[in-house]
Write a protein that binds this ligand. Structure first.
Ligand SMILES: Cc1ncc(COP(=O)(O)O)c(C=O)c1O
Length: 292
């Protein structure tokens, strides 16, 4: 990965494996499904976390930063992964967490602290203004010079990292799917596609009308080859429903794979629901990116 070298032994499984998922429900719908197993890249920096951090770590190192600072909720996988990356790549880390401190720390934040991350808490009003100059300069006064990673890790360099996913897939495919929160992963994947291929994002948020604009804004060049599905959020972010839980359990039983219920399960449920319909008609070869 160019200039950034991990301080200790860190095994990154890139390219991540591609596996065909054989399931008679998909066969009946006439679609082929391949899984891009980005969840296997690394247990501490899995999936889209590594894709998003890769070029940011490189930029931070190039700009001679010693400190990474980022934002997230108390259960943020991005905060967790940033702490791990700091530990492995020799950066100090600060996590600015939305809301108040709750002790004992939940497993995500306890892990972050175990990797050396310093946590600070920001009330929800200030947190809403976290990208303002005023909040940034207050943070700089307190922590000194830092490399800023946005909430969810989605910025132009994150998009560049995610754009490398399609080229790692040796098999022919028509549509590539991913779950969407901030839209950075979808923006990148779409950017990396070839002629005639398209990307389909599954929003895990309710009422995420902002996502179309967010994805377009994150792309360096508008690619126009992507769309979003808004019908599979199951009530909103981190909400679950008996139907989704049954799907996850059955998927585990059939395929031995635990789908992450906040993200990948909602995408996979959506793929099964759309298979055979106009969005994913018979004859389509689909890739589902297992983002974590
Ligand atoms: C496992 C997983 N999949 C998908 C996403 C959504 O990615 P994005 O925020 O780039 O839309 C996230 C959040 O970062 C995630 O943790």
């Amino acid at each position: 990965m160019g200039a950034v070298v991990p301080a200790g032994a860190l095994e990154l499984r890139v390219p991540s494996p591609v596996e065909e998922l054989r399931d008679e429900r998909l066969a009946r719908a006439g679609v082929r499904l391949l899984l891009k197993r980005d969840d296997l890249i690394n247990p501490d920096i899995p999936g889209n976390k590594w894709r998003k951090l890769k070029y940011n770590l490189e930029a931070a190192r190039r700009q001679r930063h010693g400190l990474l600072l980022t934002f997230g909720g108390a259960y943020s996988n991005h905060v967790r992964a940033t702490a791990a990356a700091g530990h492995h790549f020799g950066f100090s880390t600060v996590g600015v967490i939305r809301g108040e401190e709750h002790l004992p720390l939940n497993p995500v934040l306890a892990y972050a602290v175990s990797r050396g991350m310093r946590l600070t808490y920001m009330d929800r009003t200030a947190y809403r203004r976290k990208n303002s100059r005023e909040v940034t300069s207050r943070l700089r006064q307190r922590f000194g010079r830092f490399y800023l990673l946005p909430e969810g890790g989605s910025n132009g360099l994150a998009v560049r990292g995610c754009a490398e996913i399609p080229a790692e897939i040796g098999e022919q495919f028509d549509v590539i799917c991913c779950p969407c929160g901030t839209g950075g992963t979808l923006a990148g994947i779409a950017q990396g596609l070839g002629e005639g291929q398209r990307a389909l994002g599954f929003s895990v948020l309710k009422g995420a009308g902002f996502l179309e604009r967010a994805v377009a804004d994150l792309q360096a060049r508008p690619s126009g080859n992507w769309s979003l599905e808004h019908g599979f959020h199951f009530g909103g972010f981190a909400r679950r429903a008996p139907l989704l839980d049954r799907f996850i359990a059955e998927f585990h039983e059939r395929h031995g794979l635990d789908l992450n219920w906040v993200y990948t399960a909602k995408m996979m449920y959506g793929i099964y629901a759309l298979a055979g319909q106009a969005a994913l008609p018979p004859g389509t070869a689909i890739v589902a990116v297992i983002t974590g």
